[in-house]
Design a binder for this molecule. Structure first.
Ligand SMILES: [Zn+2]
Length: 431
C-alpha cells in the first residue's frame, strides 16, 4: 500500500454556501437529511476549544475484494458527539462493527460512540449499477471511480450545543495508485485546515484512483483537474480547452464556483452521461462537449456543481431546465456559438418537446428538461422586461442560491414575484 494520502477537508462548497452553513449548522441537532432543523451560528474560528472534536474518515481501496475498507474515527476528550445515524443499505455496507455500540433498523445504523472517542468500521461494496444497469461506481485491478457521498454514507448526528468538528480524510490504495479528490491530489500532500466550522461534515464529491491520465489547468483563480484511467480515451485536453473558454462566463453568474474542480471519467461500460458532485463531476468519455442540439453536457453538469441548487416536491424540472438553459446560454455568452445558432437551438428544443407539457416531476429528463429550458428563456425575458433590465434570470438564480433552500414549485414562483413584483406569466402552463 502507498503511504496514505492525508487530506484535511477543505469543504468544496462555495463561500456563500459556507457562510450559510455556518449559520445553519452551529446547533444541537445537525442533519444532512433534515437541514431545516438547524439554527444558530458557530464557526471553528469562534469555537470554544473545549468543544472541538475530530472526525477522521479513512478508506483503503481494495481491488481484490472489490471493496473499500472504511473507518470513521471520532476523537473527543469528553462526550461532545453523542450519536450518529447513518443510512447504510445492507447490500452495500457490510461487516459494520463494533456491533456492541450500533443499532441496526432496516437501512438505518445508529452508532453511539464511547465518550472518550471511538471508531466505526465497515466494508463498502464499490461497484454500483444505476436503474438502467449502467455502472456509476466501479473498481478494477487498475483503477477505481466512486463518490465519497456513498463511501461515507449520509447521516444525522446529535452533539453538545456549540460543539464543532475538524474533519480529515485519509485514502489509501494499492502500490502505484494515485488518488484524485475534490480536496486535492493524492501524492501525500496535506491541505490547509478548513475553519468554516461545520459541525458534522463528511467528505463529499467524486474521487478517482489508480493508474491515471491526469491533466491540470489553472483558469483564473480556479484549479481544474481532468482525470481518467489510462487508455480509456477520455479527451482531458479537450475538456480543459473547452473550460478555458467557457468557465469565465460560468463564474460571472456563479462567483462562488468552487476554487478546485475535479472532472473524472471511467470506462466505456459506465453510465453514459454526466453526474455532478461537490466540486467535481463525472462525464462519460463518449459524451460530446457540445451535443448536436448545441447544449453542452459538461456545462449542464457544471451548472449543478456551481449553483448547488436542489429541488423538492416535483420541482426537478426547474433545476434541470435551468441547467439546460445555462448550458446553451453560457456557450452563447462565451462566444462558442452565434446568436443565430443559439436561437435555432431553442427552436429545435421547442419542436422536440412540442407535445410535452410542463409538469411537476422529481426526475426531469429529455423532452421535459427541454420544455424547462424554454420556460427559463421566457422567464429571463419576462424578468428583464418587468424590471426594466435591472434583473434577469441570473439575478433570480443568485437569489435562490442565497436563500439556500430546496426549491419547490411554489417557492420558485414566490421568488420570481418578489423580484418582479408582478404575477408570473412564463409559468402559466407550469405547476
Ligand atoms: Zn442535470
Amino acid at each position: 500500500m502507498n503511504t496514505p494520502l492525508t487530506v484535511t477537508v477543505k469543504t468544496p462548497v462555495s463561500a456563500i454556501a459556507r457562510k450559510r452553513l455556518r449559520i445553519l449548522f452551529g446547533i444541537f441537532i445537525f442533519t444532512l437529511l433534515l437541514p431545516a432543523y438547524a439554527s444558530s451560528a458557530t464557526a471553528n474560528n469562534d469555537a470554544d476549544p473545549t468543544k472541538i472534536y475530530q472526525m477522521v474518515y479513512s478508506a483503503t481501496l481494495d481491488p481484490k475484494s472489490g471493496q473499500a475498507h472504511v473507518s470513521v474515527t471520532l476523537k473527543q476528550h469528553r462526550q461532545l458527539l453523542r450519536s450518529i445515524e447513518f443510512i447504510m443499505p445492507k447490500e452495500r455496507y457490510l461487516n459494520i462493527r463494533p456491533t456492541s455500540r450500533i443499532e441496526i433498523n432496516g437501512d438505518r445504523v445508529a452508532w453511539k460512540p464511547l465518550r472518550e472517542g471511538d471508531a466505526l468500521h465497515f466494508d463498502f461494496v464499490i461497484d454500483h449499477q444505476r436503474s438502467n444497469g449502467k455502472m456509476d461506481a466501479q473498481i478494477t485491478d487498475t483503477w477505481a471511480l466512486l463518490k465519497l457521498d456513498y463511501l461515507f454514507p449520509s447521516s444525522k448526528s446529535r452533539f453538545v450545543k456549540g460543539a464543532t468538528s475538524n474533519t480529515s480524510l485519509i485514502l489509501d490504495g494499492p502500490k502505484r495508485w494515485s488518488i484524485e479528490t475534490p480536496y486535492g491530489v493524492g501524492a501525500g500532500q496535506v491541505f490547509e485546515v478548513d475553519n468554516t466550522g461545520r459541525n458534522f461534515d463528511p467528505p463529499r464529491g467524486w474521487i478517482i484512483a489508480g493508474e491515471l491520465g491526469v491533466r491540470r489547468e489553472s483558469i483564473g483563480a480556479r484549479r481544474i483537474s481532468a482525470a481518467a484511467p489510462l487508455g480509456t480515451g477520455f479527451q482531458a485536453n479537450d475538456v480543459l480547452a473547452f473550460l478555458r473558454w467557457t468557465l469565465p462566463s460560468l463564474v460571472e453568474v456563479f462567483p462562488d464556483t468552487p476554487k478546485r474542480l475535479l472532472i473524472v471519467s471511467g470506462s466505456e461500460d459506465m453510465w453514459r452521461g454526466g453526474l455532478s458532485g461537490a466540486a467535481s463531476l463525472y462525464l462519460h468519455s463518449d459524451r460530446p462537449l457540445i451535443s448536436g442540439n448545441r447544449t453542452s453536457p459538461l456545462l449542464h453538469e457544471l451548472f449543478h456543481v456551481a449553483s448547488g441548487l436542489h429541488s423538492n416536491i416535483g420541482a426537478d424540472w426547474i433545476i434541470e431546465g435551468l441547467a439546460e438553459y445555462y448550458s446553451l446560454t453560457l456557450l452563447l455568452r462565451s462566444g462558442g456559438i452565434s446568436a443565430f445558432r443559439y436561437n435555432k437551438s431553442f427552436e429545435r428544443l421547442a419542436q422536440w418537446s412540442t407535445d410535452t407539457p410542463c409538469i411537476a416531476t422529481d426526475r426531469s429528463k429529455g423532452k421535459q428538461t427541454a420544455r424547462g429550458a424554454l420556460v427559463m428563456r421566457a422567464l429571463d425575458a419576462e424578468i428583464r422586461s418587468e424590471t426594466g433590465e435591472k434583473a434577469s434570470l441570473d439575478t433570480l438564480v443568485q437569489k435562490l442560491m442565497h436563500d439556500n433552500q430546496d426549491i419547490t414549485n411554489s417557492s420558485f414562483r414566490a421568488a420570481i414575484t418578489e423580484l418582479t413584483g408582478a404575477p408570473v406569466r412564463a409559468l402559466s402552463d407550469c405547476p
